[in-house]
Design a binder for this molecule. Structure first.
Ligand SMILES: *Cc1c(COP(=O)(O)O)cnc(C)c1O
Length: 400
């Protein structure tokens, strides 16, 4: 084989994959044979309690939403085969953008195929080399990638550290426009950004504020609007990005919300919007039904928060270390990657689906099993899951 043989490349890939397997860092996909839900049928024929979906409001497998989706399919068809500005905008797309803006308390909103695209397409059209973006170091990968596509000057502040944010704002002072960007809720820890302090600092320094609400829209705050409602700063956040792929039914799709002229600029210039297909009618129609449901009743939010309080309390009483907080993301800390892998595997054998996370998804030495509560979990689901945690924890000698 010559040095330039492409086989070298493929062998290189295989070696890297083998290395990951040998280190216990290989991510194995679990195959489900049922709808998403609090209990799921796995491909070995076993039904397991599911503690690792972003199905916060329990809507992903909902029969009501399936029926709404069927109706939207019948009325508006399967697909659009077009980007929005050519012939890919139907009435429901405009209606959903309006409803999302109302729900979030902004003037307008724009849909994307995913929140990854919303974040990928938000910075470059709005900011250039005269400007500065000041970003929490643990922001989601899609924010990091979006900032990379933009010519603005980059500043990073230590995770959730308001003193460092103030320092970075001072350092960025000479730039024309300044944008602070943070996850509203951080997906690996369930940490809620200190938006009240961030907005105060922003006002002090003449900066704009952007939040990524993927783990907040639909259930954070008194009426589920998100982290800005939770921290009582509605109207003081300039840009909100979020997903339809988590609490709001979990199919796919993302959005950016903000002032009219900002959203109009994105419609003209945001590349993932201009050069990618329209969101499917079934998703759009169903998402409208989701927003109707969420504004009519607080039942799902209430159940989610009750489940979260119950589980956070019970898992600590069993002797596990968790990251403190109030969010339905509950990180159960194992610290070392192979242990997190073994623990997740044992839970799986005991009838519980919960995924191990380790470097590079979380910092080295911070490996964990991340548990996520859902409104759809019954008390019985949670009690049974806790028994499995207790057994696996005592077998592996983890309990405090
Ligand atoms: C899940 C997630 C995204 C990506 O959302 P998609 O709609 O699945 O692309 C972006 N940001 C954060 C913080 C997320 O958790």
């Amino acid at each position: 084989m010559s040095k330039n043989d492409p086989q070298h490349f493929y062998r290189h890939l295989d070696e890297r994959l083998d290395e990951a397997r040998a280190q216990g860092l290989f991510k194995q996909e679990r195959v489900l044979m049922s709808r998403q839900g609090p209990r799921v049928l796995c491909d070995d024929g076993v039904t397991r309690i599911n503690l690792c979906a972003n199905n916060y409001l329990g809507l992903s497998g909902s029969e009501t939403l399936v029926q709404a989706g069927i109706q939207a399919l019948k009325d508006y068809g399967f697909g659009l085969s077009s980007v929005r500005f050519i012939c890919g905008t139907q009435g429901p797309h405009k209606a959903l953008e309006k409803r999302l803006a109302e729900f979030l308390g902004t003037e307008d909103a724009i849909l994307y195929a995913a929140a990854f695209d919303a974040n990928g397409g938000v910075f470059e059209p709005l900011f250039d080399a005269d400007d500065a973006i000041i970003s929490d170091e643990l922001n989601h990968a899609s924010i990091i990638d979006g900032i990379r596509l933009c010519k603005a000057n980059r500043y990073r502040y230590k995770h959730n550290d308001m003193d460092d944010l103030a320092r970075q704002l001072a350092a960025a002072d000479s730039h024309r426009f300044k944008l602070i960007v943070t996850d509203g809720v951080f997906s690996m820890d369930g940490t809620v950004a200190q938006l009240d302090k961030i907005c105060a600092l922003a006002e002090q320094h003449g900066a704009l504020v952007m939040i990524d609400e993927c783990h907040a829209t639909g259930f954070m705050g008194d009426t589920g609007r998100g982290t800005h409602e939770h921290h009582h700063v509605m109207g003081r956040v300039d840009i909100i990005t979020g997903t339809l792929g988590k609490a709001l039914g979990g199919a796919m799709g993302g959005f950016t919300a903000g002032r009219r002229e900002l959203i109009e600029t994105l419609r003209q210039r945001s590349r993932p919007y201009l050069f990618s297909n329209s969101l499917a009618p079934a998703i759009v129609g169903t998402s409208l039904a989701v927003l109707d449901q969420l504004t009519q009743s607080s039942e799902l939010r209430d159940r989610l928060h009750a489940n979260t309080a119950f589980f956070r309390d019970a898992i600590q009483k069993l002797g596990f270390t968790i990251k403190p907080g109030m969010h339905p993301i509950v990180p159960v800390m194992l610290f070392e990657a192979p242990l997190a892998q073994r623990f997740a595997q044992r839970l799986y054998e005991l009838g519980v689906l919960a995924t191990g996370f380790f470097y590079p998804v979380v910092p080295l030495g911070q490996a964990r099993v991340r548990v996520q509560m859902s409104a759809a979990h019954s008390r019985d689901d949670l009690t049974q899951a806790l028994a499995a945690f207790e057994q696996a924890g005592s077998e592996l000698g983890i309990l405090n």
